[in-house]
Every structure is written in C-alpha cells, then in structure tokens.
Design a protein around this ligand. Structure first.
Ligand code: KG4
Ligand code: ZN
Length: 338
C-alpha cells in the first residue's frame, strides 16, 4: 500500500467538491453545494456548470489548506469523468487536466458510481471494510441498483430501476408535498414525527431484482389530489404521517429486493451507498437485517454518502497503486458504465 497523496475532484451534479487522501485516510473533504436549484425545484444543468466554475478554485484551495498540504506534494489528481451532467463534468475534468499538467502529476479518471461503492474503503468510512464478494445497494438521485462487487473494479449490476431512481422518488414526491429540493433529507426529518402506517401506497411487482418508483409517485399524486379536493389543508395537517408512510414504502421496496438478492446469492456481506444511504429508515432496516438475517452490514459515514470528492480520491488511490493513469486528451462522459 502506498502512502501517496492524491487530490480528488467531483463535479458530476450540483456539488463541487475536492478532497485530499493520504494512503486510505482522508485529510480534507470540502464541498460547496448549490442553493440556486432550490428556486427551480430541481437541478438546472446550465446553472450547475456555471456554479461549478465559480466554486472550483476556492473549493480546491480550501482542500489543500485544510489538509495542510502544499500543491507540489501531491502524487496524482483523480476526477469524476462520468456519469453525470455533461456541462458539470466538463468543469471538473478541464480543471483536473490543467492542474495535472501544471503540476506534472498523473491524471486518474474515476467512475462516479464505482466511487459511491468504493467509498466503503476509506479508512474511517466503516469500522471494517466489506469483504469480497459483497452486495451494494447503490441509491442516489440518479441511480438505484443492486451491485455484486466481486473485487475493487469487478462489479456486476444484478438489478436496477426501470424508471425513476429512489432519490428522485423522494424528491418528486416531496415536490407534491411542496417541500424544497432536494426533498429526501426533509422527508427523512419530517417522518421522524409521523406514523409510517398511516397511509398505504401501491408497490410495484417486478421480476428478479429490478425496481420501479414511478408507480408510487403516481399513487401519491392521485391520492393527494383526491384528498385535497375534500380538504385543502390535507397535506399540511398530515405532513408527518405522509412523509413517514412514503418513506416506509420506498425503503420496503428497496429492502425486499436486496433481501431476495442476498438470499438467492447466499451473500451475507451487504452494503449501502449513495445519497439515499443517508436515510435513517434505510439505515435502521439494515441494522434490523443484521440481527434478523445475520448480515454483516456496511453503512458509510454520512459525509461519504451524498456526492463528495473523498470517494473520488479513494478510487484514484486504488488506481494509482495499479499504475492506471489517464491520457490528458480524455474528455468527460455523461454515460459511463460500471
Ligand atoms: O448521491 P447523491 O448526492 O447524488 C447523486 O449522485 O444523485 O444523491 C442525492 C439524492 C437526492 O435525491 C436526495 O434527496 C437523496 O439523495 N437523499 C436522501 C437523504 N439524503 C439525501 N433521501 C432520503 N433520505 C435522506 N436522508
Ligand atoms: Zn452520486
């Protein structure tokens, strides 16, 4: 294991982030999130790229200051090449290329989804890293998939959503309730004071380990429209119960398939990753399965769940050890398979 010092840069969506990793240990993990999207109820790609351009230099400078590392002490630069919003990715990619050229250090491309999963190998992400093979439920605003992780860079998607991602379902249902974007963390907070069994929504019936979340969104929308016609204050009067019930439904959908996959494949090493892995009900469901099904569970520290550059730096470190570098002629890619 090398004691390399690597700068990681993440700009795939609406968070501009930079982190410094030494060995497997994070020295700094700085992020600037973009409040501007709240006004529009979702990420506006053009505004996101512009904000990345404004934030990237201060964020990177801060990551060096916080880590107490000089720029010329780094061994390499890792950056998110994709998947994500192309205009956003271009900012991080161009910046990483220029800095790598000026510091004369190798450039390392990172797949954002691999990074969510491999965040589990950051020294302080878990008390212990998962053992291969493990299953990782990767749930974010853009992706929902069950991944069989056979080795660091040998991953197989065994099930995924056929429409909306779980985070997207939280955000879109939150919009129906007139909550700010992103609604996931707000629903999580409001659900704490609500009854998860107050309301029941339709659940999808899909083959194998695939997911669907557009049905529950429509089911909530029709239910709310019907109730609001009878009582215009219905949402306000039932907000906590609505949030708790929606959260229960989404987490049940996620966990049922994960449980089925773990049973069928006879795997007891089970991890969660991505923005929705910050959800308290999902974390609780994992804890319950640890006792009930004898799983060894891996739940990353909060700061490594939603988009962050620490996970990018972690993957860059693993690739640095293998000598896997990227040509400076590389360009960002909106689609990027695992
Ligand atoms: O991984 P991430 O930061 O960005 C993507 O790569 O998409 O995930 C963001 C998503 C958003 O949809 C947000 O609402 C959701 O993660 N999220 C949550 C929670 N925290 C973030 N969803 C439910 N409960 C939370 N506590
Ligand atoms: Zn993400």
């Amino acid at each position: 294991m090398s004691d390399s010092i690597i700068l990681g840069i993440e700009s795939s969506c609406d968070d501009t982030s930079a982190a410094i990793i030494k060995g497997n240990s994070i020295l700094s993990n700085i992020a600037a999130s973009q409040a501007i999207h709240k006004e529009y109820g979702g990420v506006v790609p053009e505004l996101a790229s512009r904000a990345h351009q404004q934030n990237i230099i201060p964020v990177v400078e801060k990551s060096f200051t916080k880590a107490n590392i000089q720029q010329n002490a780094i061994s390499a630069i890792g950056f998110t090449r994709g998947p994500g919003l192309l205009g956003s990715l271009l900012v991080g990619t161009s910046f990483a290329k220029s800095l790598a050229m000026s510091l004369n250090v190798p450039l390392i491309e990172v797949n954002h989804l691999q990074a969510h999963i491999l965040a589990h190998f950051i020294e302080d992400a878990n008390p212990m890293p998962p053992a291969f093979p493990f299953l990782c439920l990767t749930v974010s605003g853009g992706h929902t998939m069950i991944v069989l992780v056979k080795d660091y860079f040998e991953m197989e998607i065994i099930g995924k959503t056929i429409d909306d991602a779980a985070g997207e379902a939280f955000d879109k249902i939150g919009k129906i309730f007139d909550l700010d974007y992103p609604a996931g963390p707000i629903i999580d907070r409001l659900a704490k004071e609500g009854d998860p069994h107050a309301f029941t929504f339709n659940k999808p019936k899909l083959e194998e380990y695939n997911y669907s979340f557009s049905g529950i969104k429509t089911s909530v929308l029709y239910f709310i429209q019907k109730e609001v016609r009878k009582n215009p204050d219905f949402i306000k009067e039932n907000l906590n119960d609505l949030c708790a019930s929606v959260q229960r439904s989404i987490i049940e959908i996620l966990m049922n398939k994960l449980e089925k996959a773990a049973k069928d494949l006879n795997i007891k090493e089970v991890a969660i990753a991505g923005g929705v892995s910050a959800n308290s009900a999902l974390r609780k469901a994992m804890e319950d399965n640890k006792d009930r099904l004898g799983w060894n569970i891996y739940i990353p520290k909060f700061e490594y769940t939603t988009d962050n550059a620490a996970m990018i730096a972690m993957v860059a470190k693993l690739k640095f050890d293998k000598g896997e570098f990227t040509d400076l002629r590389t360009s960002a890619t909106a689609k990027y398979d695992l």
